[in-house]
Design a protein around this ligand. Structure first.
Ligand SMILES: Cc1cc2nc3c(=O)[nH]c(=O)nc-3n(C[C@H](O)[C@H](O)[C@H](O)COP(=O)(O)OP(=O)(O)OC[C@H]3O[C@@H](n4cnc5c(N)ncnc54)[C@H](O)[C@@H]3O)c2cc1C
Length: 419
């Protein structure tokens, strides 16, 4: 069958890979001139399968209130005259209810753990390189109350399959010696040895190369403007191609993987997809010649920042801002990331080499991605992965290929239905 995948981020390219493995004739369409040039470009790098709980939880509204009015807040809501922003925000509050949080946690954990297994199998099959480090993920707490909460959460998450171990401050330093520089401020940490990290962009670029060898075609510099439909079937993808000409690309099946932009093309068809861009920042610094950069991937719970070693670089990523589709850099938020990284690790790297970036997480209020069928028989969704697109890409792509092939996906997950 001929399948067109819309979007060449980590999610779209991974789906294309699994579809091609099933023998489909796959074309991937993207407006950029290469893979992973939007949200998958410079993310936190964590494959945080055991930490895949949603942002929406009973404590989240209080966290947001605590930081209200601060320009450097890790979570920031910038109100706009935008119905979808408010609709998303209200649903986020609903998802903070305990029963919803429990359901969402199970969904995210199931898909994330499955995805990690799929990534391992994909790596074994292809030998793909992406600055992978399998040294685990350590959540560090610089506040005693945060530590107590994180320890209680670790206990709960064990029921869902998350292998989290509570560690004292000294044990944290034993796991990641670079933490010696901030030992005095550590209250403790939570460690997951089985989690890992790597460069999502490098992975996507490499996988696109492997996919090309497998026959996948890529249409770059091609902007999708609409989906053409007839009855309950999509008949083509309307786009402006690399020569600036209008073109309609026809296939037998279509996979929506446009990240934050997915709802803009789905809404005109009446397909519900409550996805809103949640802006995040990262900085990347050169660590060569410096001895103080960590190699274990870290999550700084107080500031909601992740710190990941990617070969000779250190990536520091975080902050969440509900402010629409802009990706401009805010100097205050950039500076807050940089300051915190060097506060914790004074000899982490070359401060002057810091390269800042901002991307839009395609977030659903529940953090549960939309993967599966729609009311259009040949239109499938693989989108809305929010904070966990790198963590969940392989599992989503593999399950999507199963659905296309009429197989039952191997993961217990609430896939979207043909409704
Ligand atoms: C600061 C930050 C840190 C993060 N850290 C992590 C982490 O540590 N671990 C983790 O698992 N996840 C993390 N994430 C989330 C992760 O990066 C995303 O979930 C993931 O990149 C989404 O991938 P995607 O393929 O769905 O979207 P994208 O990468 O945005 O891909 C969508 C593609 O669609 C294309 N496109 C859009 N509109 C059109 C159009 N009209 N026509 C043609 N092409 C179009 C774009 O060019 C793009 O290539 C982080 C995100 C941010 C912002």
């Amino acid at each position: 069958m001929r399948v067109t995948v819309l979007g060449a981020g980590v999610v779209g390219v991974t789906a294309a890979w699994y579809l091609a493995a099933d023998g489909h004739e796959v074309t991937v369409v993207d407006r950029q001139d290469g893979p992973a040039l939007e949200t998958s470009f410079a993310n936190g790098g964590q494959i945080s399968a055991s930490h895949a709980e949603p942002w929406a939880n009973p404590g989240a509204p209080w966290e947001i209130l605590r930081w209200l009015g601060r320009e450097d807040a890790p979570l920031l809501f910038r109100p706009r005259a935008d119905w979808w922003q408010w609709r998303w925000g209200l649903q986020f509050l609903v998802e903070c209810l305990p029963a919803r949080t429990r359901r969402n946690t199970i969904q995210c954990m199931n898909l994330a753990l499955y995805s990690r297994d799929c990534l391992h199998a994909l790596r074994a099959a292809t030998g793909i390189e992406y600055d992978r480090l399998a040294r685990g993920i350590l959540q560090i707490c610089t506040d005693g109350r945060d530590f107590a909460r994180a320890a209680a959460a670790a206990e709960r998450m064990r029921h869902y399959g998350g292998e989290r171990e509570v560690k004292s401050a000294d044990q944290c330093v034993a796991i990641e010696p670079a933490l010696a520089a901030c030992r005095g401020r550590l209250a403790g940490g939570i460690y997951t040895a089985s989690d890992e990290s790597g460069d999502a962009r490098r992975f996507t670029v490499e996988l696109a190369r492997h996919a090309t060898l497998r026959g996948v075609a890529f249409r770059w510099c091609t902007t999708i403007t609409a989906l053409a439909v007839d009855g309950n079937a999509v008949t083509g993808v309307r786009c402006v191609n690399e020569r600036g000409e209008a073109e309609t690309l026809a296939a037998d099946g279509y996979v929506m993987a446009l990240g934050s932009y997915s709802p803009l093309l789905l809404r005109p068809l009446g397909v519900a997809a409550l996805i809103y861009p949640v802006k995040g920042y990262s900085l990347t610094i050169d660590v060569s010649g410096h001895r103080g950069a960590p190699t274990v991937s870290l999550t700084d719970l107080a500031r909601k920042i992740v710190i990941t070693r990617l070969g000779g670089r250190l990536r520091v990523a975080g902050t969440a801002e509900l402010s629409g589709y802009g990706t401009e850099l805010d100097a205050v938020r950039c500076e807050a990331l940089l300051r915190r990284a060097f506060d914790l690790f004074p000899d982490a790297g070359d401060r002057a080499s810091a390269h800042f970036w901002a991307g839009l997480r395609p977030a659903t209020p529940s953090n549960v991605p939309l993967v599966g069928r729609t009311r259009f028989a040949n239109l499938l969704l693989d989108t809305g992965h929010g904070t966990l697109g790198w963590t969940m890409a392989c599992g989503s792509g593999r399950a999507l290929a199963d659905i296309v092939a009429g197989r039952n996906p191997e993961v217990d997950f609430e896939f979207t239905k043909a409704a």
